[in-house]
Design a protein around this ligand. Structure first.
Ligand code: SF4
Length: 413
């Protein structure tokens, strides 16, 4: 178990718009229309970089003070943009209006706009809204806001049907396929994913739905699912050989899968993952790591690095600490691991400089100054863009931490 404290102070994080970069690739018939400023458009262009497709599935409708001379004009302008977009792109079945933080945009009521446009374009296109605003949020909260916007609209599960399992959190398709195969081997066949790959495959939920979080930053989505009577399965997150195993075991227990069948379904994957982690353990054991708060993946990552690779955790900064969702993770951390919720940036930087870690996990903004101090860094955003969940990805996850250390050794040698 760990020791934790709370600090409140300035932080340096990306905003929730960032989530669009992975969400637009996941839901293949959705489009994300950011209602924002030129700053938002620039952020998306530079963050998405080379990942933009020929026919991108996101764009920014730039609203500035001039447009808001009359709110009615701004709404008419938004309606005009949406109409034009949908006429040009009949492949769009689900349109998200994504709010942002500039004061001009905050004045616009996007939920009313979404309702109005949904009525107009239904049933061909559904229009929903959420906020990707950067005020007091972290970049992964964009996904939480997007998924929680989907939940009230999910179809109701048939009460006559047996319980179904819902995996919550955007995962790479390849990871989903691997997980589905393991659940099938355990005899759990009624498995769905949120978000789905297409808006026509929305999962049905109800009192018989048990859900398993695949990502640790989905507090609002979990709340919305519980309002629809779905029940969470308490589990760690599927990172590493043992973490993934425990995640599957939690589902197995919830669905009454016997121990023998669970072992048969998971043993090969677990052994492969443990074997692949061996050489990273040699590289990383004993290395000292420090986390700045960014993705909300910090606690599960630290648990994996300490328990499966023998790294020493100096401090875990996390933007928020959801004690219920993190319960299994917290008990698996080494005793007295310092956890600071919402750390004060300057104070945390002081602690980091003093402790001189071998590796720091942080946002992009901190990486260069820390590297200049001679500290190897890992960008936390990479851990969200890369498939890291499940048995087959355990070694890739370890590699992400080994690479900056190996590179630095080469530079120093
Ligand atoms: S939503 Fe706010 S923080 Fe994000 S890019 Fe736009 S202006 Fe910047």
């Amino acid at each position: 178990m760990s020791g934790s404290g709370v600090e409140r102070g300035q932080r340096a994080v990306f905003c929730g718009l960032t989530g669009i970069i992975w969400l637009h690739r996941k839901i293949q018939d959705a489009f994300f229309l950011i209602v924002g400023s030129r700053t938002c458009a620039h952020l998306m262009q530079s963050a998405a970089g080379v990942m933009v497709f020929a026919e991108p599935r996101f764009a920014t409708a730039i609203i500035d003070e001039r447009d808001l001379a009359g709110l009615a004009d701004a709404n008419a302008e938004l309606d005009r943009i949406v109409k034009q977009l949908l006429a040009r792109r009949p492949d769009i079945k689900l349109l998200f209006l994504v709010g942002s933080c500039p004061s001009e945009v905050i004045k616009l009521d996007l939920s009313r706009a979404a309702h109005r446009l949904s009525t107009q374009f239904s049933p061909a296109v559904r229009v929903l809204n959420y906020s990707g605003s950067g005020i007091e949020t972290t970049f992964t909260q964009g996904e939480d806001a997007c998924l929680s916007a989907l939940v009230p609209d999910l179809p109701a599960a048939d009460r006559e049907q047996p319980a179904n399992l819902l995996i919550v959190g955007a995962l790479a398709d390849v990871v989903e396929d691997q997980m589905r195969a393991v659940f099938a081997a355990m005899g759990i066949s009624r498995v769905q994913f949120l978000p789905p790959r297409r808006s026509t495959q929305m999962p049905a939920i109800g009192p018989g739905t048990r859900y398993l979080l695949a990502q640790p930053f989905l507090a609002d989505t979990a709340r919305a699912l519980e309002e629809r009577s779905a029940r969470r399965i308490d589990a760690p997150f599927p990172l590493g050989a043992d973490g993934t195993s425990a995640w599957f075991k939690a589902a197995a227990d919830a669905f009454g899968v016997d121990a023998g069948r669970f072992e048969r379904a998971t043993d090969a994957g677990r052994q492969r993952a443990r074997g692949a982690l061996g050489r990273y353990r040699e590289l990383l054991a004993g290395k000292r790591i420090f986390f700045f708060p960014d993705s909300q993946l910090e606690i599960p990552l630290a648990r994996f690095l300490a328990a499966e690779l023998g790294m020493q955790i100096l401090e875990i900064g996390t933007p928020y600490l959801h004690r219920a969702h993190m319960a299994c993770e917290l008990t698996a951390l080494p005793a007295a691991t310092p956890i600071v919720e919402g750390p004060h940036l300057d104070k945390q930087l002081d602690r980091c400089r003093e402790l001189k870690p071998d590796l720091v996990v942080c946002g992009l903004g901190l990486a260069n100054p820390l590297e200049a101090l001679g500290i190897a860094t890992k960008w936390s955003i990479e851990l969200v863009f890369t498939p890291i969940q499940g048995f087959e990805q355990a070694a890739d996850l370890a590699e992400l931490f080994a690479r900056p250390l190996v590179r630095r050794t080469r530079l120093v040698a």
